[in-house]
Design a protein around this ligand. Structure first.
Ligand code: MG
Ligand code: MG
Length: 629
């Protein structure tokens, strides 16, 4: 199967779109009429541009309001079609896509539609062209692929075939069984689009929420398996009209599209080893065994303050890099790295973002396999100069240009701390706070980027995405999406907001881009941890009294327990699985903050408490900026 993408899936002008599409490795492209009409040149100029980029125009679309028109409109639709045929011939494109009629004037009846298509087929065939028919979910008479197929079948013309679009098919909740019996050579084109499950009218749903396969909830893989049964060998095309994509960089969106197809084919091959797909073999998604380290980029002055902040929450200086101004701070299985080098990647990250998380080191089952897969998924590799006593830790670019390093327990990478660092003896006065592992990492990003990072994480690592949650912030709504491994070894929460006034959006402004806004560590005794942090003078986020009154009403906790939670600013939640306790530090330099969590069987993230936390943070931010009352 060959892959292509519709120009309507990207923002930019037609030339930018075509360059991005070719750059991402596509060879086929669907030309949208409006892109052609707004192009400053003739269709022949576009044909030349396509040829120069090695792209083949596989369709020209959409041709609307065709079948079932009464006279005199019927005659006019045929004239209109002939003019499109002229244009297509200039463009060097041999296939027109007709979408099912939405006009109030159109008449129903499969036979009437079939007769129209038979005549259109004759006209197209004279010029060596073909016509595909696609049922729109909101078509007036034809809105089901099974009816569109019946029209094509009865038209019984070699130049007339069926177009399948997964969005329309799933939006109508039509079953896939009938698909299996359609002969593959009667299907002229397959368009792939995913979407989150939403209860809304199909037209708005399609316009605003279509996304690439793997970014939404539709069972695209089931569709692909059913399609295998037809013997279809034509193009698989991404037709995604989505305001988030048209606002993004055409190049990044095209690469995301390619990544979504590589991942889809990889999943299909795992289900059906005989699937006719042209894809190099790939290692399976890497199993993440945990977060090995989190690296912070700082300058000399901030390094001391950050070290102090870490020691307040129970970390101790455990190692000094043998050749660089890099320090390791440890507690339990957690490693934090403070990098104050004056050159290299971390330094550029610091210049760009200020004190920040510049890299995350993930422990995976096989680091080399993870990087190999990432490269096949069109992720962006990262390399920098490796010093004499240093290991080359494989890395890819992650959120906001930060790095994702991969380490594993079987190669030399397992000894990175011994190889690169001189151990520091624990100071006699160091007090651990009982922290054990990284519980989750929270990244804030632009709303338009969220789909991109969902696909990045889920295609590369053995993680699943949970349903999106909308959280109330005093400045608007924050959308939150979790990707996590089944055993919780890796949990990443991504936050984005369309309002510029939320904490999440303000972070993007202060930070100058996407990045880690908070890190949560696990403790087995949050009260003890809270007491240690308090004794160490760590500024904790204060939670208002009202919260605890409400907590009492909701859960009926005993008074003594409530007092302890209140005294330590601990937030509480409980579900069928168990209890969740959390507390937050104030933000370091108003940039990132630390959360402490104790899980007692609970697997969520305390979403119900998030508005309380966001309100407390926004109050604090106002005070810090001198606007507080
Ligand atoms: Mg379509
Ligand atoms: Mg959290």
């Amino acid at each position: 199967m060959k892959t292509s993408i519709a120009t309507a899936s990207l923002g930019g002008d037609l030339s930018e779109k075509l360059q991005a599409i070719a750059g991402a490795g596509f060879r086929g492209v669907e030309i949208f009429e409006s892109d052609l009409l707004s192009y400053n040149g003739t269709p022949a100029d576009v044909a030349k541009e396509l040829a120069d980029l090695g792209l083949k125009p596989i369709t020209f679309q959409p041709f609307q309001d065709f079948e079932g028109m009464p006279d005199p409109q019927r005659a006019r639709t045929f004239d209109r079609a002939e003019r499109k045929f002229d244009l297509m011939q200039e463009l060097g494109c041999d296939q027109l896509i007709v979408c099912s009629n939405v006009s109030q004037d159109s008449l129903g009846g499969i036979d009437r539609a079939a007769a129209d298509f038979r005549e259109l087929g004759d006209r197209a065939a004279k010029r060596g062209l073909r016509v595909g028919f696609e049922a729109l979910a909101w078509g007036r008479h034809i809105n089901d692929y099974r009816d569109a197929w019946e029209v094509v079948r009865r038209a019984d013309h070699p130049a007339i075939g069926l177009v399948l679009d997964t969005f329309h098919l799933f939006a109508r909740k039509t079953d896939l069984d009938s698909l299996r019996s359609i002969p593959g050579d009667r299907i002229f084109l397959v368009q792939l689009a995913d979407a989150p499950w939403l209860d809304m009218d199909p037209l708005s749903w399609s316009r605003h929420f279509r996304c690439f396969p793997g970014q939404g909830d539709l069972p695209i893989l089931d569709f692909m398996q059913a399609l295998q049964a037809t013997g279809y060998k034509g193009e698989l095309s991404l037709e995604i009209v989505n305001d988030q994509f048209s606002g993004g960089s055409p190049r990044a969106v095209a690469v995301d599209g390619q990544r979504s197809l590589v991942y889809l084919f990889d999943q299909l091959r795992a289900k059906d080893s005989k699937a006719a797909i042209d894809l190099p073999t790939m290692s399976p998604r890497s199993k993440c065994l945990g977060v090995e380290f989190i690296e912070f980029a700082v300058d000399e002055r901030t390094a001391g303050e950050l070290g102090q902040f870490f020691s307040g929450i129970g970390f101790r200086n455990a190692g000094e890099h043998k050749s660089k101004a890099v320090t390791r701070w440890s507690q339990g299985a957690i490693n934090l790295v403070i990098n104050q080098e004056k050159e290299g990647f971390a330094h550029s990250h610091y210049i760009m973002h200020g004190p920040s998380v510049c890299a995350i080191g993930l422990k995976v089952d096989d680091a080399a396999a993870a990087v190999d897969r990432a490269e096949k998924l069109c992720d962006t590799p990262f390399r920098q100069k490796v010093g004499p006593r240093e290991l080359e830790i494989p890395a890819m670019r992650g959120v906001g240009g930060s790095l994702l390093y991969f380490l594993d327990p079987t190669s030399k990478l397992a000894s990175v701390w011994d190889i690169e660092f001189d151990a520091v003896k624990p100071a006699s006065n160091s007090t651990e706070a009982g922290l054990t592992v990284v519980d989750h990492i929270s990244q804030s990003m632009h709303y338009e980027d969220m789909l991109s990072w969902i696909l990045f994480y889920t295609s590369l690592l053995d993680v699943r995405k949970s349903p999106q949650v909308d959280i109330r912030d005093p400045g608007g709504i924050v959308r939150s999406q979790v990707v996590e491994s089944d055993d919780g070894a890796l949990r990443i929460t991504m936050n984005a907001s369309q309002s510029l006034r939320t904490q999440s959006s303000k972070f993007l402004v202060e930070y100058f881009g996407s990045g880690v806004q908070h890190i949560a560590f696990n403790t087995e005794d949050i009260v003890q941890t809270a007491k240690t942090m308090k004794a160490n003078g760590v500024p904790i986020l204060e939670i208002p009294e009202n919260y605890y009154d409400d907590l009492e009403a909701r859960f009926g906790l005993p008074a003594e327990r409530l007092d302890v939670l209140k005294a330590n600013n601990i937030l509480y939640d409980k579900d069928a699985d168990g209890e969740y306790l959390q507390l937050y530090t104030q933000a370091f330099k108003d940039l990132f903050f630390i959360e402490i969590v104790e899980r007692r069987g609970y697997t969520g993230f305390g979403a119900i408490n998030a508005p309380i936390r966001l309100a407390a943070q926004s109050r604090l931010a106002r005070e810090h900026s001198g606007m507080g009352l």
